[in-house]
Design a protein around this ligand. Structure first.
Ligand code: HEC
Ligand code: HEC
Ligand code: HEC
Ligand code: HEC
Ligand code: HEC
Length: 408
């Protein structure tokens, strides 16, 4: 009897200890894959492209350079939100392999790893480190340099530098935009930052053995078609016009791109009683083949209803959040995901009484895109110079009295 009690106590303590450890241990939210476990090797560089700096490529490819400079890729290192988040998260080396992926962009060389999960690299000083190149984030060579050649859609040899043909341009995106999470302690179908898996899920493919959606058909992903719009132009100032792609990569940081991808309609519906009115807001993701929002689970949408009186005073309000909610500790588990799948309309309803005093005079509806939650912003100490949220839809409906009388 006594030994059994001790045994149970020991087991309970072990379990509590284990869970306690799961709560305090460093949290690695994704699995390090061979695709990005190390920085990109730039030891074989064509002499004609010299420093590898974007500015150098820009001497001949001015249009691509100008566009890239306006993109988040060009700011993937200097972006204040990234810098704050990175420091808060312990300034880990692994983040650099996507945000500043070239070996020359990093102060240290990665010689190997101390742990099996490859989060703890063995580092040594890097004599080739170039601070100016570091500031370029996801620079031209990060996508274009491969084994001493410049990858391009044509692969013909009329350039000053050696070229090779890209098998599929979407392949380039996958290095950094796919993280897969197969691990015993994770329970989700779409990995954190699961843009590519969301497209696979939407295309009706079945999740793999581990329960996760895996990318099978790279060409069908369409990343480049949407994020690098086609344009006919010369690749170099004196070149002949060819089919090219704009180097823009607009996403969550660009209100216009998100607004265009979202179809929003508001319509009056039959209310539950004669002294009430009801409105329905229907949201459809018409522009993004992945979910909207996509990317890091911090991104979310809110739908905000505001009932106002004739003086514009707030009578009633309701906020709804469309987001992916992940429980990170003690295990990584998907709790819910209310983001918008491609082409699937979502309707939200707001009903209110009309016989209240003061009388409702207007209903304001807004849909807002958030780069991150305000609570997270505070926690990491991100002093944002630009807004962390912006409206993608706003409408104020006048609730004129005649319509109300008519419906009574
Ligand atoms: C001295 C001028 C010059 C520099 C510097 C230069 N390029 Fe080029 N590049 C060219 C020319 C010329 C072409 C061929 C244009 C054509 O086909 O019309 C070309 C073609 C390309 C292509 C298309 C290749 C294909 O055949 O599909 C890519 C991609 C490219 N360059 C990327 C880069 C990158 C990245 C850099 C910097 C690391 C760079 N270039 C630096 C002149 C240059
Ligand atoms: C070397 C890694 C890398 C590669 C390759 C890469 N990306 Fe990115 N991408 C990033 C990083 C890092 C960010 C986030 C930058 C930031 O906001 O700090 C990003 C951001 C984006 C964004 C979001 C912009 C926004 O407004 O938030 C889009 C869209 C995007 N990438 C599309 C693509 C496409 C399409 C490809 C393939 C042609 C591609 N990326 C290839 C690393 C990469
Ligand atoms: C995030 C990845 C990425 C980055 C960064 C990037 N490119 Fe590209 N680039 C591509 C892809 C993908 C294509 C091929 C698109 C296609 O299939 O037509 C391309 C095509 C090109 C071409 C061939 C013409 C065209 O538009 O198809 C040139 C030239 C080029 N890039 C130059 C540059 C220069 C210069 C920079 C830096 C200022 C740069 N690229 C940065 C992904 C990138
Ligand atoms: C049919 C067009 C379309 C296709 C295909 C598409 N995207 Fe997007 N993508 C969009 C639109 C529109 C947005 C802005 C709305 C949103 O965030 O979902 C966006 C947003 C993004 C963002 C921004 C996320 C953030 O955190 O700000 C990233 C990253 C991205 N896409 C990457 C990709 C990658 C990688 C692929 C291919 C695997 C891809 N997209 C395929 C249209 C597309
Ligand atoms: C496998 C490549 C990869 C690694 C590793 C990676 N990132 Fe990113 N990161 C991305 C891409 C791609 C995006 C943009 C698309 C998205 O939201 O998924 C991004 C976006 C971000 C953003 C949002 C920036 C914005 O524009 O709003 C932050 C912050 C960030 N990463 C921080 C980190 C930190 C901190 C680490 C290390 C713990 C890290 N990342 C590791 C690829 C990576």
């Amino acid at each position: 009897m006594r030994t059994r009690r001790w045994l149970i106590l020991a087991l309970v303590l072990a379990l509590v200890g284990f869970l306690g450890w799961r709560f305090v241990r460093p949290l690695n939210i994704f699995t390090v894959s061979p695709a990005f476990e190390r920085p990109i090797d730039t030891s074989a560089v064509p002499a004609s492209v010299g420093s590898l700096r974007a500015e150098d490529c820009g001497r001949c490819h001015g249009a691509m350079y100008a566009e890239w400079q306006t993109s988040m890729h060009g700011r993937a290192w200097t972006d204040a939100y990234f810098q704050t988040d990175w420091r808060f998260d312990g300034s880990q080396q692994i983040c650099k392999n996507c945000h500043i992926p070239l070996d020359r962009q990093q102060e240290s060389r990665v010689l190997g790893f101390r742990d099996r999960d490859k989060w703890d690299p063995v580092l040594a000083p890097n004599p080739d480190f170039d601070p100016a190149l570091q500031h370029e984030g996801v620079t031209c060579a990060a996508c274009h340099l491969h084994e001493g050649k410049i990858l391009g859609p044509y692969g013909d040899a009329r350039a000053e530098h050696p070229v090779a043909k890209l098998t599929d341009p979407n392949e380039i995106c996958l290095r950094c935009h796919v993280v897969q999470g197969e691990r015993w302690d994770t329970f989700y179908q779409i990995p954190p930052c699961g843009t590519a898996a969301e497209i696979a899920a939407g295309a009706g493919s079945e999740p793999g053995r581990s329960g996760e959606y895996l990318v099978k058909n790279v060409a069908a992903l369409g990343c480049v078609e949407c994020h690098m719009p086609a344009v006919e132009r010369p690749l170099v100032p004196d070149g002949t016009p060819r089919l090219a792609r704009r180097h823009l990569w607009r996403g969550g940081n660009d209100p216009e791109t998100v607004t265009r991808a979202l179809d929003v309609r508001v319509a009056e519906q039959a209310a539950g009683s004669a002294h009430a009115r009801a409105f329905a807001l229907t949201l459809t993701n018409i522009g993004a083949r992945h979910f909207l929002p996509t990317g890091t689970p911090d991104r979310h949408l809110t739908v905000e209803w505001r009932l106002l009186d004739a003086q514009g005073r707030l009578l009633d309000s309701r906020d709804e959040t469309l987001e992916r909610k992940v429980m990170w500790r003690p295990f990584i588990v998907d709790l819910w995901d209310t983001r918008l799948r491609f082409g699937e309309p979502r309707t939200l309803r707001f009903e209110f009484r009309t016989d209240r005093e003061p009388r409702p005079a207007a209903l304001a509806v807004a849909v807002r895109y958030h780069l991150l939650h305000e609570s997270r912003r505070k926690r990491i100490g991100y002093a944002n110079a630009t807004p962390i949220a912006y409206p993608v839809f706003e409408e104020t409906i006048a609730l004129d009295a005649t319509a109300q009388t008519g419906s009574r």
